[in-house]
Design a protein around this ligand. Structure first.
Ligand SMILES: Nc1ncnc2c1ncn2[C@@H]1O[C@H](COP(=O)(O)OP(=O)(O)O)[C@@H](O)[C@H]1O
Ligand SMILES: Cc1cn([C@H]2C[C@H](O)[C@@H](COP(=O)(O)O)O2)c(=O)[nH]c1=O
Ligand SMILES: [Zn+2]
Length: 188
């Protein structure tokens, strides 16, 4: 049974701070789709080479093979028989990503997008807010604040690099709750 074609496509967004479990949740949903014998493809931006050139890898080392792509429209070129598409680190894609996801969903594909909703200054990040607006389902996950242990929605940058894009891990970022983020953030 090919459920997705029968019931129509959809867009799901998984968003939150760094270390909040976005990639884990994406991998969980895609693994279940694979168990259901659906045809699954996973994409990530070519720029994100942190853990692996091609695989999508979570902070606790769960991994799933993926295709690194230069830009969002490249996703449209892959497999006409795809039923489920996963996209990780979506904040790094261009502003065409929402239109690309709509085209895919209108073809009957279940599209699951994971990405940071806010950058280190607390501002909306790339195409994620637009995707949240057009999605059937939005899941916002939270990390653990590394200062007080409360649920964390912000990614605090630990250095003074002012660039919006700065790939990194624990050496460069820590999750913070609202109170601790406001105490600790530099004057951006
Ligand atoms: N402060 C933290 N809060 C929550 N999880 C953390 C934290 N620091 C490390 N982790 C680890 O990160 C994992 C989530 O990783 P991942 O799914 O890659 O997150 P994201 O994609 O949102 O950055 C958790 O299961 C946990 O093992
Ligand atoms: C907040 C913030 C993050 N980044 C980078 C840092 C990491 O390489 C990724 C996020 O990875 P994760 O899977 O969500 O942990 O984004 C950035 O470039 N700019 C920022 O403001
Ligand atoms: Zn806190």
């Amino acid at each position: 049974m090919k459920r997705n074609k029968e019931f129509g496509g959809s867009i799901e967004v998984i968003c939150g701070s760094m270390f909040s479990g976005k990639t884990e949740e994406l991998i969980r949903r895609l693994t279940r789709a694979k168990i259901a014998k659906l045809n699954v493809e996973i994409f990530k931006p070519k720029t994100d080479t942190r853990y692996d050139e091609s695989a999508v890898v979570s902070h606790n080392a769960n991994a799933i093979p993926s295709i690194p792509v230069e830009n969002s429209s490249a996703i449209l070129l892959y497999g006409s028989d795809v039923e489920v598409i996963g996209i990780d680190e979506a904040q790094f894609f261009d502003d065409e990503l929402p239109d690309v996801c709509v085209k895919l969903a209108n073809k009957g594909i279940r599209v699951i997008v994971a990405g940071l909703d806010m950058d280190f200054t607390g501002k909306p990040f790339g195409p994620i807010p637009a995707l949240m607006a057009i999605a059937e389902d939005v899941t916002k996950v939270q990390a653990v604040c590394m200062k007080c242990g409360a649920p964390a929605l912000y990614s605090l940058r630990l250095n003074s690099n002012p660039n919006k894009v700065l790939l990194g891990e624990k050496e460069s970022y820590e999750p913070r709750c609202r109170v601790c983020y406001n105490e600790d953030k530099a004057s951006y």
